[in-house]
Design a protein around this ligand. Structure first.
Ligand code: GLY
Length: 390
């Protein structure tokens, strides 16, 4: 692509395929840089963004061996309050940012041991988290069961209502001049070895100087995307929404006899209970077993859950990559830029993804923070171009 990504003719400078949180945030930030941006999505915000609980919890969700991802996630969290304020101002809608922190709790000796091992990891990395006694956990969240054995409080983790954020981002993007094309994308259009736009379901070609692939778990399957260039697979998550008395002030994550579950209050008063993590491809069934296990574990942690109304059961797919980290920036195909593969962290990583990808599109330069997430990292060394193709 030429830099900045300018269209050769009267098409858009940039077409973003996928109007979920990541795609919209990228489109909005890119339009703010003065580029003409279109987003193509038949039903924006109905994929993973619709199922997500909205935890902004890099510390609570920190995992061994994922320190680079943790650094990116913390950078994104740092940007979240300003991002939300700007989206709310531009979109004219509230987003439901909660700064109440995340409480991690354990139920038996083994759960507590696992939690304390995570806490040791937090301390090794200098992350802010404090150990709480069972009593202190219950003083913080009185709806917790008296059987809780102890916990760890991560004060600096937040949460947001992903559906409210999506609605506000749609309005903000519209206000910044982003064109939303509500149509199915049939294929990536490639001419002379470069991406030149997208072909819509009705055969129309939308030309653009650059194409951003933000199709979540479908990203690698779009016809025209080179085989193997986007190593993303669907990781099924089943999730519930409950309605009734407000039981919690912030996110509670529990280990219930070795099984993890989380409860996240939303700005509309609902409580999200999640989630399974299943390698079943695009299986969209909500299963009795999953609903049973999620409700069982949620009620073990917070007995009052049993009195709430079950208003929604849902299955969607996280876009998983081989190392659980996203694919950000130029792909091996000139003109094709990736903003996908966010796995469990799409909501959290939306602000930093948008900033980094908008920078690539507007200047052609690859910000240092994005370097570990280059899509080229999965290519064999002898296939890697000397200079990342923009
Ligand atoms: N980040 C929560 C999940 O993917 O279930």
């Amino acid at each position: 692509m030429t830099v900045p990504a300018r269209a050769a003719s009267d098409g858009a400078d940039v077409v973003v395929t996928g109007g979920g949180l990541v795609g919209l945030a990228v489109a909005w930030r890119t339009a703010q840089r003065g580029l003409r941006v279109s987003v193509v999505d038949e039903a924006p915000g109905t994929g993973a963004s619709y199922a997500a609980a909205g935890m902004l919890a890099p510390v609570a969700e920190a995992a061994y061996g994922e320190e680079a991802l943790l650094a990116l996630a913390r950078l994104s969290l740092e940007r979240y309050p300003a991002f939300v304020a700007e989206v709310e101002r531009a979109g004219g809608l509230p987003v439901g940012l909660r700064t109440a922190g995340t409480l991690l709790v354990g139920f038996d000796e083994d759960d507590l041991r696992a939690l304390l091992a995570l806490h040791d990891f937090h301390r090794e990395l200098g992350l802010s988290a404090v150990r709480l006694t069972a009593g202190a956990c219950r003083r913080r969240e009185p709806a917790l069961t008296p059987r809780v054995r102890g916990g760890v409080l991560v004060d600096g983790d937040y949460s947001v209502d992903p559906r409210a954020l999506h609605a506000a981002l749609l309005a903000a993007a519209d206000g910044a001049g982003v064109e939303l094309v509500r149509a199915p994308v049939a294929a990536l259009a490639v001419e002379d070895g470069r991406a030149v736009g997208v072909r819509l379901g009705d055969g129309r070609l939308l030309r653009a100087g650059a194409v951003v692939l933000a199709l979540g778990p479908w990203s690698g399957r779009l016809p025209g995307v080179p085989a193997g260039a986007v190593p993303v697979r669907p990781v099924k998550g089943q999730v519930l929404r409950l309605r009734g008395e407000q039981l919690l002030s912030g996110t509670v994550r529990g280990l219930v006899r070795g099984r993890g579950a989380y409860l996240v209050p939303q700005s509309d008063g609902r409580l999200v209970v999640g989630a399974t993590s299943e390698e079943l491809g695009f299986d969209g069934r909500v299963t009795a077993g999953a609903v049973h296990d999620l409700l069982h574990d949620a009620a073990e942690m917070v007995p009052g859950v049993s009195e709430l109304e079950l208003v929604e059961t849902l299955a969607r797919w996280r876009p998983g990559t081989p190392d659980n980290a996203p694919l950000l920036g130029a792909s091996a195909l000139p003109g094709l830029v990736l903003a996908t593969g966010h796995h469990r962290n799409g909501v959290l990583l939306a602000p930093v993804t948008a900033d980094l990808v908008a920078e690539v599109l507007a200047t052609g330069s690859f910000p240092a923070a994005a370097a570990p997430f280059s899509p080229q990292r999965f290519q064999a060394v002898d296939e890697q171009p000397e200079v990342a193709a923009l």
